[in-house]
Design a protein around this ligand. Structure first.
Ligand code: ARG
Ligand code: ASP
Length: 732
């Protein structure tokens, strides 16, 4: 066969559609045996799929814990010691922090188990088993079915399945759609509710480089914290009680002291939150060109205001640290995502895939026609996508503006929004509804006001109202802002801010509590007369009527199309192994320790060392200061058994496909030992959520030896090291 350039490029394109790239994929643990075991072993893994996931014996999965429902953590001792990221435990660390006991700044180490700090509301969830329940859930469903009928049938099936499930004591069952609703899996879980803080390094280690280094390689952050799960005397879940005992796990991870080298196998096990790998090119274009820029600009504005205030006042810095980090995190991620899509021609890649998809579809249809069973069931999917994405754009943009401004960046509006829910509870369910919701709200509000500065929030409000008015593409959505501006007694956006912030009762805890202390009927009347309440009500109604309803209607059509498109891709590319998008369920991703070429002529190595911390050191800086004790250990090279050829490793990167929620996930070696702690991704590759590219997508892990070094040498908490099982898998 003669190879022309054209046939060669077709061949290459063809091959790249067949397999997921090395490292790409978030796989379901119970399907590893069928789909991935061979591939994993060829990449160097020495375990079997059964060692990773088994329902019959203790396996790796029994050491993997969903932390608070938003991060991952893992058990590293037979006394329920739990390792996760500093940034995952940040809310808890902050809640125990005061100016006198400044655990954020100074760290915290419980001397004995009695000193470990309880965290009401924090949960630790284990996965007992995973099952394919597609047949039960999709019973009675057929292709041409009306969508409403389809959904109600599925809902009934879900209820029936859950009702019939045989669950042990304290077990729950969750059933989730996969592959856009083409398959369903059930997860039996067990949730522990007494999780205590054991230790955390100071922020100068746990958050070294803070927001400047966030999402960045090379990285030098010791992003870890230690917790412990407590159980009742029967080792089963129990509410917090001083009588509870440390939990005894089915499995805990031994810790390797042998470190990593380039090309080593790495497995990351955890609970990735959300990805969208099977979108059409139109959706990606819209994200990069329209939605991301708007969200980035809004956060940019809000962050600049808060940042200036935090730098000026240490009290504000404590109060706003966690909130600021949360907002800054995705602000930066979206910037990286858009750039990464452009740099790797993510849209072009999708378009080329769509071309191949269309040509296979056409061939299929021609074949079908000849046989007399025309395969027209997929129709003109891509054209439909194009139209719907065009239609949804103004509504999607309005939605992002509304969510960013109202729910995420202006604190008063969020508080006022809770009040509108309270009033609804009263209107729908009378005093009982009101009192139930009020009970939940009071706890939240006490915490909220502790860290609230109306003065700062008011500045953010004024700035964002101006952006809202100028940026929302549907004028009826922002009309309430315009109406206030037009009022004679109000002068500009600051005027709106004054009008609302100076007259609302919702900027102070005592004002709010005084109203909540009245009878429900009186409180409701008072709230309805409040200017912040009135404003949020108008904003929400305007958004709901002029954008949200329309958005939801188109979005429903898009979901149906996504489901069909997913099925079509799986049918037309039968040799490709598909993995489902992340949906906060347990997944395994495997790859290798690898550097990458970040941009023209810039090559990154995969491992960083303590030397790099010292190179970044800026005395007194709020992001890059280094603790004197750490400097001393560095100067004396006092690394104990944790050094690698005389140097102290800090972080490393790999090709594992991870996303938000994978923070705190263990990085595991070929044998099942802990080698690192996942906490981030490299900026250039943050578009892995919508388009993984093996050339630049890297996850970032703390080297476990750095964690041990900090616990042992820096904090002197050797009693914790004694609990762990340290091993040398590479020593023969
Ligand atoms: N980028 C990481 C992840 O998405 C870490 C975030 C926490 N750190 C921070 N400086 N905000 O969650
Ligand atoms: N830092 C993220 C997390 O908190 C992980 C990531 O997005 O890569 O889950």
């Amino acid at each position: 066969m003669k190879f022309t350039l054209r046939s060669l490029s077709i061949l290459i394109a063809f091959l790249s559609f067949q397999t997921a790239f090395a490292g790409e994929g978030m796989w379901l643990p119970h399907l590893l045996k069928a789909l991935n075991e061979g591939d994993m072993q060829s990449m160097g893994m020495k375990m079997t799929a059964e060692d990773i996931y088994s329902v019959n014996k203790g396996s790796l999965k029994d050491a993997i814990v969903h932390f608070g429902g938003f991060c991952t953590s893992e058990i590293i001792s037979d006394k329920g010691l739990l390792l996760t990221n500093h940034h995952c435990g940040y809310g808890q660390i902050q809640s125990h922090t005061t100016l006198e006991n400044n655990y954020i700044q100074d760290g915290f180490w419980a001397k004995t188990m009695k000193d470990e700090l309880p965290n009401p509301g924090l949960t630790a969830t284990f996965i007992v088993r995973i099952d394919d329940v597609t047949d039960s859930i999709l019973k009675g469903i057929n292709e041409g079915m009306d969508e409403k009928k389809r959904q109600s049938t599925i809902d009934k099936n879900l209820e029936a399945y859950k009702a019939a499930a045989k669950l042990g004591q304290y077990e729950d069952i969750v059933i989730r759609p996969f592959f856009k609703g083409n398959q369903y899996f059930s997860f039996v879980t067990m949730t522990y509710k007494d999780v205590r803080l054991v230790g955390t390094p100071p922020e100068s280690i746990g958050k070294f480089g803070a927001d400047t280094d966030n999402w960045v390689w090379p990285r030098h952050t010791g992003d870890f914290a230690l917790f412990r799960i407590y159980a009742g005397k029967d080792n089963l879940p129990a509410d917090y009680s001083p009588d509870n005992v440390p939990f005894t796990p089915k499995h805990f991870l031994p810790i390797s002291l042998d470190g990593v080298a380039k090309d080593d196998f790495t497995l990351v096990f955890g609970f990735p939150g959300r990805t969208n790998e099977y979108l059409p090119s139109y959706a990606i274009e819209q994200t990069v060109d329209v939605l991301n820029p708007a969200k980035i600009a809004i956060r940019d504005k809000a962050l600049k205001i808060v940042d200036a205030e935090m730098r000026a006042d240490p009290q504000v810095k404590i109060q706003y640290a966690s909130k600021f980090a949360r907002i800054a995190n995705y602000w930066k991620k979206w910037i990286g995502e858009s750039q990464g899509i452009k740099a790797t021609d993510g849209v072009g890649k999708k378009q080329r895939f769509e071309k191949e998809f269309t040509s296979r579809l056409t061939k299929n249809q021609v074949k079908g026609k000849k046989k007399g069973n025309a395969q027209t069931k997929y129709g003109d999917l891509l054209q439909q996508f194009e139209t719907l994405y065009k239609d949804i754009e103004p509504y999607a943009l309005s939605r992002d503006y509304f969510n960013e401004v109202v729910y995420r960046n202006v604190e008063l509006l969020r508080t006022a929004n809770y009040m509108t829910r309270l009033v609804k509870m009263y209107e729908n369910n009378g005093d009982t509804g009101y009192n139930n919701y009020k009970g939940r709200l009071e706890g939240y509000l006490t915490g909220f006001y502790k860290d609230y500065q109306p003065r700062i929030d008011k500045k953010v409000f004024a700035a964002l109202m101006e952006m809202y008015q100028g940026g929302v593409p549907i004028s009826a959505v922002s009309a309430p802002v315009g109406a206030l501006l037009a009022q004679r007694d109000i002068d500009g956006y600051e005027g709106i801010a004054n009008h609302i912030y100076d007259n609302t009762i919702l900027t102070k805890l005592d004002g709010t509590m005084r109203v909540l202390g009245m009878s429900p009927a009186e409180a409701v009347e008072k709230l309805k007369a409040d200017p912040a309440y009135q404003f949020i009500t108008k904003l929400t109604d305007a958004y709901h009527e002029n954008a949200e309803l329309q958005y939801n209607e188109i979005d429903e059509k898009l979901s149906v199309l996504q489901r069909k498109y997913m099925k079509a891709q799986m049918d037309l590319f039968p040799n490709r192994t598909f993995y489902p998008d992340a949906n906060s369920t347990m997944r395994v991703t495997y790859g290798q320790v690898q550097g990458y070429e970040a941009r023209d002529a810039v090559m990154y190595k995969p491992v960083t060392y303590l030397e790099g911390v010292m190179q970044k050191y800026v005395p007194g800086d709020y992001e890059f200061d280094v603790n004197p004790k750490l400097i001393e250990l560095y100067e004396q090279k006092d690394y104990g058994q944790y050094a690698d050829n005389g140097k102290m490793p800090v972080c490393f990167i790999g090709t594992n496909h991870t996303t938000g929620g994978n923070s705190g996930s263990p990085a595991i070696d070929a044998y099942g030992n802990l080698i690192g702690l996942n906490f981030d991704r490299a900026w250039e590759g943050t578009m892995s959520d919508i388009n993984y590219d093996p050339s630049i997508c890297r996850n970032i892990m703390v080297d476990v030896r750095y964690i041990l070094f900090i616990v042992d040498k820096y904090a002197g908490a050797s009693h914790l090291i004694d609990e762990m099982k340290l091993v040398h898998p590479k020593r023969k």
